[in-house]
Design a protein around this ligand. Structure first.
Ligand code: ZN
Ligand code: ZN
Length: 330
């Protein structure tokens, strides 16, 4: 009830504001005409001076109006008076039509009957709308969407991938060694789907891991037409975040495939996993252009470099089957 009253009050206020603006336009228009007196010198008789066959005024007037105004003219046969219909978008530029009185009548000294044409009509609603301010907040939201997820294809990740990966790599995690896996899958109907988790041969420390024998990994994927859609790795003791080493590793994945993701699992911490991607811009560009030598280093604008890919709507965790291939045992 209170809401309804408030809305009614707002509606009334808006109507009043519209009326105020209309009035302001009207007043400005009056001011304009005060400074631009109508042209009393013009007359049909003068205009037709020297024109052959001027018994009828109609052809000459029509020719004039078509050339200069694109206005329609009404010819009143009973009086011989020509008056213009006043179109709102044009009326300010035609002095002699201002009062809805024809030039001939303006010239006349005789008492004038009620003008047959409609009075000048000021533009109201259409004019107001054309000057309505744009809404910056909406534009801002669209830019945000564009920055992070517009144009990216949906990436479907099997929900059980996380638990199964953690189970398989638990021996490393207990030894405080990172483990990484490759998220491989297919493109179908414009959706990318992770179908296979590949655990490649690798070396690891407590805060790094890197694949070895990459030829074997490449061969396995190409034989099965499996695309590389991202990667997953553990942080045995650290929290769930992307280290500078992770950012540089992931940059290669995302340059190959804009939808590529990095999943980080931190089993010893509350938030035990995250699905990330570099922002584009600025993260992808910052990391691509980074030439810092130390393995771990700071990046300018650290907060904007990567983002949660699930929050951006481009990744969906779905209850799907998953193949797991452990190349370490081959
Ligand atoms: Zn990491
Ligand atoms: Zn860097």
């Amino acid at each position: 009830m209170i809401l309804a009253q408030s809305l009614e009050a707002q509606r009334q206020l808006a109507t009043q504001q519209q009326l105020d603006i209309s009035k302001a336009i009207e007043e400005q228009s009056e001011l304009y005409w005060a400074n631009h007196p109508i042209d009393n010198e013009w007359s049909i008789a003068k205009a037709l001076e020297g024109v052959p066959g001027t018994n009828s005024t109609q052809p000459a007037m029509q020719g004039r109006s078509e050339n200069h105004h694109r206005h329609h003219h009404h010819h009143h046969h009973n009086t011989g008076i020509i008056s213009e219909v006043n179109y709102p978008e044009h009326h300010q530029y035609h002095n002699h039509s201002r009062l809805g009185v024809s030039p001939a009548r303006a010239q006349s000294q005789q008492p004038v009957p009620t003008p047959p044409g409609p009075p000048p009509v000021l533009p109201k609603k259409p004019d107001m709308r054309s000057h309505a301010p744009k809404l910056p907040p909406k534009i801002q939201i669209e830019e945000d969407i564009h920055e992070f997820s517009q144009g990216l294809r949906k990436l479907i990740v099997p929900l059980r991938l996380l638990d199964r990966f953690l189970n398989i790599v638990r021996p490393n995690t207990i030894k405080n060694l990172e483990t990484c896996g490759i998220l491989a899958g297919v493109l179908s109907r414009n959706k990318l789907t992770v179908t296979t988790l590949i655990i490649p041969k690798q070396t690891a420390t407590s805060d790094t891991c890197s694949t070895t024998n990459e030829d074997e990994l490449f061969e396995f994927q190409s034989e099965r037409d499996l695309m590389t859609l991202g990667w997953i790795h553990t942080h045995p003791t650290q929290t769930c975040f992307m280290s500078s080493v992770d950012l540089h590793t992931h940059c290669s994945y995302q340059l190959m495939l804009p939808e590529a993701i990095a999943i980080v699992c931190a089993p010893k911490h509350d938030k035990d996993y995250g699905v990330f991607r570099l922002t584009d811009p600025p993260g992808l560009q910052i990391i691509t252009n980074c030439r810092q030598k130390p393995l771990f280093h700071q990046h300018p604008g650290e907060d904007d470099i990567y983002t949660d890919a699930c929050d951006q709507g481009h990744v969906e965790l779905v209850d799907l089957d998953l193949d797991i291939v452990d190349l370490r045992k081959r």
